[in-house]
Design a protein around this ligand. Structure first.
Ligand SMILES: [Zn+2]
Length: 117
């Protein structure tokens, strides 16, 4: 009799631990994803601003027709020509940087709404 009662307590404890773990996982994973996404979004935003300046500078020196709207910005060319001393300007979430018709840089993953402005 005593043995079953002890076993019952262990089972209850294990169940309790399992529930806590499940609850933790349910709450922690979306938080983690959210945090990760917002970090990527913030750094993408910073890179876009940087790229915007680089593009403006390049246009000033090489003319307006270098960049075709709605086509991927040639960041490798910009880096090779020394317009950016930083490492390659790429979206941390593998979005693609393009220019809209107003010449604004946008990311296909993080602010695709800018495409239509
Ligand atoms: Zn992005």
């Amino acid at each position: 009799m005593r043995k079953t009662s002890y076993k019952g307590k262990t089972d209850f404890f294990l169940l309790f631990v399992a529930s806590v773990l499940i609850v933790f996982i349910i709450f922690a994973i979306p938080q983690y994803t959210f945090l990760r996404n917002s970090i990527q979004s913030v750094s993408c935003n910073a890179i876009r601003k940087n790229l915007q300046k680089v593009v403006e500078q390049y246009k000033l020196e090489n003319g307006d027709n270098v960049f075709i709207p709605y086509k991927e910005i040639d960041t490798i060319m910009l880096m090779e020509k020394g317009y950016t001393d930083k490492k390659l300007l790429v979206c941390p979430d593998s979005g693609v940087y393009m220019l809209n018709s107003q010449g604004q840089v946008y990311c296909t993953k993080h602010n695709p709404e800018t495409e239509d402005i």
